[in-house]
Write a protein that binds this ligand. Structure first.
Ligand SMILES: Cc1cc2nc3c(=O)[nH]c(=O)nc-3n(C[C@H](O)[C@H](O)[C@H](O)COP(=O)(O)OP(=O)(O)OC[C@H]3O[C@@H](n4cnc5c(N)ncnc54)[C@H](O)[C@@H]3O)c2cc1C
Ligand SMILES: *[C@@H]1O[C@H](CO)[C@@H](O)[C@H](O)[C@H]1NC(C)=O
Ligand SMILES: *[C@@H]1O[C@H](CO)[C@@H](O)[C@H](O)[C@H]1NC(C)=O
Ligand SMILES: *[C@@H]1O[C@H](CO)[C@@H](O)[C@H](O)[C@H]1NC(C)=O
Ligand SMILES: *[C@@H]1O[C@H](CO)[C@@H](O)[C@H](O)[C@H]1NC(C)=O
Length: 556
């Protein structure tokens, strides 16, 4: 019993090492494309491509992940002619491609034919179904348009097939015919549409109606040694010195010696079965199945992606997702802890709401809702935490705050960063975007810390700083931006190396030399003009990163 548990445990450990923290795993037959290689990969000439455009932070994308994993694993059998790719629309650098391919929501599935070239009139064929079987059958139809499925005619030469494909040992010829002419070949496509359309369309010019050849070809793709060719012309039979017979497959080896297989019934399953049986008999195996993998833990995978993003990013960014989370947390959790808003506390609350209503970094649909909240608290003379909670709930009920993950404020270890980091980020943003009276934002910040932060050390440090740099001296917007920057560095200096420091995000004198080489002169003194320029740059609304938002920029 114990041994069983131990071996089970080591098995889990074995599986969970390696690639399981990725959102998509090459062992599941899925390859991530990036913006630099996107079009080259689509242009690749030998296979069709299924591309899923996704945003891991969006609920619909997350919900579709298990089905997509099943799909991609199933599609492994078709990998000779179909590659499965994903493209991440949540990444800022990928935004341009998602926009130019007119991705309006995620997930979006598109099929691209082989040797695809971008063209505004053909941005791939959209597959709207989310059902694995339906998607597979739609793909079967789309793949059926590839050159491999082209009818073999009496002018074609089998020797050419062997010459062009060194690995091929057999060519199997499958007869497939117009329904109206030849009743036995009854197998049609998987969808009703296809079945009906084919009956009407069946004529000299467009004779392909049965899909027995196509389906046999698809079934046997896992065998490298065999290619299937489909024909619909009786006269091809005469090449092999026989007259037309139903239920007959002609199998040719490299010396063009025909061998005749007679499946029991007339459908692709039986056809493929007969050929497979022959291949097994001749000692050929299908390619190895995919290794087993564990389903992805989405939250873990996203954490991993965010941390990787920070390791590889070239310059410092400020993330919308952090601002959304700060506002969400303040309104729904932090403020509600105050039992009574009266007098100055109530006016601090109102001033804060006014700031985030006017300077809102939230999505446009939030503006009205924040206004409705502000207009309700503004007329109160007192307010309890509980009634504030109700007002917030009513006003913001239908606003979906984006994301369950801090991005710039992610912590590499539990209990660090997160909210306090996002609070700083929010107020830096507000100082930069402010068009209120000079000093208004830092006044609100000061009062917020004093009344709502519930952290004595924080209040003390703030007081200490104000002795050095009184708030009343802040007389312009620029001074306001710089005041908060200086305060933050003052506190960073005291907390550097402290147990609250996240080793992956050390407390530095901000900005770093690397992010802003011009911010210091060669005596390492600040050049405040440059610092100001830098802060206005990174914290401006226009330059916020959309990474981590459930609704990415491309389709808003
Ligand atoms: C007034 C105040 C006092 C505090 N006192 C304490 C305390 O005594 N003890 C304690 O444990 N915690 C204190 N905190 C919390 C602490 O400052 C950090 O928020 C927390 O430790 C998380 O740190 P962090 O590494 O995520 O970066 P944070 O310091 O939270 O910074 C967030 C982000 O802002 C950016 N940034 C950093 N410096 C600057 C700057 N100078 N200008 C502009 N942007 C900058 C960086 O991108 C950084 O990642 C206090 C917070 C406040 C607001
Ligand atoms: C097929 O092509 C080969 C050379 O590629 C040629 O030798 C052969 O005669 C051709 N066979 C027929 C039936 O046309
Ligand atoms: C093809 O089959 C014939 C007879 O079935 C056999 O003699 C010949 O060696 C085979 N050729 C190849 C290349 O396998
Ligand atoms: C130091 O800065 C001054 C002006 O700011 C510049 O002229 C000088 O070349 C710099 N020296 C070095 C060593 O970079
Ligand atoms: C955004 O950043 C770019 C590059 O850093 C800068 O040139 C631009 O001025 C910034 N935009 C705003 C509105 O600050």
């Amino acid at each position: 019993m114990n041994r069983y548990i131990i071996s089970l445990l080591s098995c889990i450990l074995l599986f969970s090492s390696g690639l399981t923290e990725l959102l998509y795993n090459p062992d599941d037959n899925v390859y991530q494309l990036d913006f630099a290689t996107f079009e080259t990969r689509l242009g690749e000439p030998t296979a069709g491509k299924l591309v899923k455009f996704f945003n891991g932070f969006c609920k619909e994308s997350q919900d579709f992940m298990p089905a997509f994993r099943k799909l991609s694993r199933n599609l492994y059998k078709w990998r000779r002619i179909l590659k499965v790719h994903v493209f991440d629309c949540s990444k800022d650098e990928n935004n341009e491609i998602c926009r130019s391919f007119r991705i309006r929501r995620t997930p979006t599935l598109r099929y691209f034919p082989m040797a695809y070239q971008r063209n505004p009139d053909d941005l791939g064929t959209e597959i709207t179904s989310r059902n694995v079987k339906e998607i597979e059958s739609e793909l079967g139809l789309l793949l059926g348009k590839m050159k491999y499925f082209k009818m073999f005619t009496k002018e074609d030469n089998i020797t050419d097939i062997f010459r062009d494909n060194a690995h091929v040992k057999y060519v199997a010829m499958v007869f497939q015919m117009c329904l109206s002419n030849f009743l036995p070949h009854f197998e049609t496509g998987n969808s009703m549409e296809e079945r009906f359309a084919s009956i009407d369309d069946c004529n000299e010019a467009n004779p392909v109606v049965s899909s027995i050849g196509r389906n046999t070809l698809l079934e046997l793709l896992p065998y490298n040694e065999v290619v299937i060719r489909v024909f619909d012309d009786h006269e091809v039979y005469s090449k092999f010195g026989i007259s037309p017979v139903p239920n007959l497959i002609v199998l040719l080896n490299r010396s063009i010696k025909p061998l005749f297989l007679t499946p029991e019934i007339d459908n692709s399953k039986a056809y493929a079965g007969a050929i497979r049986q022959f291949l097994v008999f001749a000692d050929h195996k299908p390619h190895k199945p995919l290794p087993k993998t564990l389903p992805t833990n989405i939250n873990e995978a996203l954490r991993y992606e965010i941390l990787e993003h920070h390791k590889h990013r070239r310059s410092h960014r400020v993330y919308r997702a952090d601002l959304e989370r700060a506002i969400n947390q303040i309104l729904k959790v932090e403020l509600r802890r105050t039992s009574n808003f009266i007098g100055i506390k109530l006016s601090v609350l109102n001033n804060f709401l006014r700031l985030i209503y006017y300077l809102s970094p939230l999505k446009p649909e939030a503006k009205e809702k924040l206004y409705s909240l502000y207009s309700k608290t503004k007329i109160k003379t007192r307010l309890t935490g509980v009634s504030l909670e109700e007002l917030v709930f009513k006003a913001l009920r239908n606003y979906p705050f984006d994301g369950n993950h801090y991005i710039g404020c992610i912590a590499s270890q539990p209990f660090l960063r997160g909210f306090s980091c996002s609070l700083w980020t929010l107020f830096h943003y507000l100082t930069v975007e402010s068009n209120f009276k000079s000093g208004a934002v830092v006044q609100v910040f000061n009062a917020y810390v004093k009344f709502f932060m519930d952290c004595k050390d924080c209040v003390d440090k703030l007081k200490e700083f104000k002795k050095l740099r009184p708030l009343r001296n802040v007389r312009s917007h620029d001074q306001e931006v710089l005041w908060l920057w200086k305060l933050h560095n003052f506190i960073n200096k005291q907390l550097a190396g402290d147990s609250t420091e996240d080793p992956q995000f050390p407390k530095i004198q901000f900005p770093s030399e690397k992010d802003c080489p011009n911010c210091r002169d060669n005596q390492s003194e600040w050049r405040t003009e440059e610092v100001l320029k830098y802060l206005k740059n990174i914290y401006s609304l226009k330059n916020l990163s959309w990474f981590g938002m459930a609704s990415a920029k491309a389709y808003t």
